[in-house]
Ligand binder design. Structure first.
Ligand SMILES: NC(=O)C1=CN([C@@H]2O[C@H](COP(=O)(O)OP(=O)(O)OC[C@H]3O[C@@H](n4cnc5c(N)ncnc54)[C@H](OP(=O)(O)O)[C@@H]3O)[C@@H](O)[C@H]2O)C=CC1
Ligand SMILES: CCCCCCCCCCCCCCCC(=O)[C@@H](N)CO
Length: 327
């Protein structure tokens, strides 16, 4: 009798997760998809520096036809030369400011129909809201958020008419500061959180066109932009950001491109990012039933983990306030 109920109990224990897995495999939407990039047009903004440049290099080496867009022409030319040197492939360069819709439209029309659009341009000037200039706040919102609206709106007509109509992709570069608000990043976090709403709604709107949205969440990444940021970042901001370590631009680009090719909606870049993406899954689409399973099972534990991080961060803030803040 005892053996029977033990056997029955273990069977039940096994059946519960298995039936949850089967249920999730049945319901996850949108369905998993692969987005090929070989011989396809990949258009990368901010492709002249840092993560964007690493992405352009990676995509070119995998046989994509790459276009890059940024403001500064000489940096674009330098990037083109560097990519030619390392991959033997030519990339097209476009100089435009993403804040200027007409300029963005013209560049995208000149570039021709896009298969994979990577909205990676971004600016980050950390400071406490109380002392930050309103112009700097607007600058971050305009480049990071409004600029991304401009790009997608300008690219969509061409993407809908792309040749072959194979799976297309719109990838958006967020940040871990777009998953959790961080001291010193009121404007930056707001611009990156905004991208999440944009991405979730957009995925529903473009699924009928076989276009798949990816939202990428890097931690601190060694780039020219990050070196500049570090010169003025409040000490607390650096302490909190250190909870997730730092990555190299090449590593982030590799993971980002794999996420895009796998059609993943949420693309974390390191282990902390993986935890963060489960903790902030909310109602984001999830194509993988295995990841959906992990999200369901781990939700409670990760809420506790997240609260422990907050406990630690508020401790750091308190200490820094005692010592007298920034720098
Ligand atoms: N580095 C990091 O620690 C992290 C970065 N990210 C995000 O990754 C993205 C890339 O960052 P990173 O590689 O560090 O940045 P960099 O500062 O190294 O490069 C930024 C790129 O964006 C371009 N750009 C900036 N403003 C505009 C504009 N108004 N119009 C068109 N292009 C513009 C720049 O060219 P130009 O100036 O010539 O226009 C450059 O090519 C950003 O969205 C950033 O928020 C996310 C997490 C961490
Ligand atoms: C529940 C489990 C939690 C797991 C750990 C969470 C750690 C969060 C750290 C956030 C770091 C944000 C860095 C932003 C970098 C950036 O975008 C700037 N460099 C500007 O580009």
């Amino acid at each position: 009798m005892a053996a029977f109920s033990l056997g029955f109990f273990s069977l039940l224990l096994l059946l519960l997760p298995l039936s949850l897995l089967a249920f999730l495999a049945f319901i996850v939407r949108p369905r998993p998809v692969k987005v090929p990039i070989k011989n396809r047009h990949v258009f990368i903004t901010g492709g002249s520096s840092g993560i964007g440049l690493a992405l352009a290099q990676q995509a070119a080496s995998e046989g994509s036809r790459v276009s890059i867009l940024a403001r500064n022409t000489s940096k674009l030319e330098e990037a083109r030369d560097a990519i030619r040197l390392s991959t033997g492939r030519d990339v097209a360069i476009f100089s435009a400011d993403v804040r200027n819709y007409e300029a963005v439209k013209k560049a995208i029309e000149d570039a021709g129909p896009i298969d994979v659009l990577v909205c990676n341009q971004g600016v980050f000037v950390p400071q406490e809201l109380e002392t930050q200039d309103i112009e700097e706040i607007k600058f971050m919102i305009d480049v990071n958020l409004t600029g991304t609206f401009h790009l997608i709106k300008a690219a969509l007509p061409g993407m809908k008419n792309r040749s072959g109509r194979g799976p297309g992709s719109i990838a958006i570069m967020s940040s871990q500061a777009g998953q959790v608000g961080i001291y010193g990043y009121t404007a930056y976090s707001a611009s990156k959180f905004g991208l999440k709403g944009l991405a979730e709604a957009l995925q529903q709107e473009v699924i009928g066109e076989n276009i798949h949205v990816s939202l990428i969440f890097p931690p601190d990444t060694e780039t020219p932009g990050f070196a500049e940021e570090n010169k003025r970042r409040p000490r607390v901001t650096s302490i909190i950001a250190a909870s997730s370590g730092a990555m190299k631009a090449d590593e982030v680009a590799k993971i980002a491109l794999n996420g895009i090719k796998s059609g993943n909606f949420t693309v974390p870049c390191n282990f902390e990012g993986f935890l963060l993406s489960i903790a902030t899954a909310g109602l984001s689409p999830q194509r993988s039933f295995l990841m959906a399973f992990v999200e369901v099972i781990a939700a409670g534990v990760l809420r506790v983990t997240g609260l422990c991080f907050q406990w630690n961060w508020y401790g750091s803030i308190e200490k820094c306030l005692e010592k007298g803040n920034s720098e």
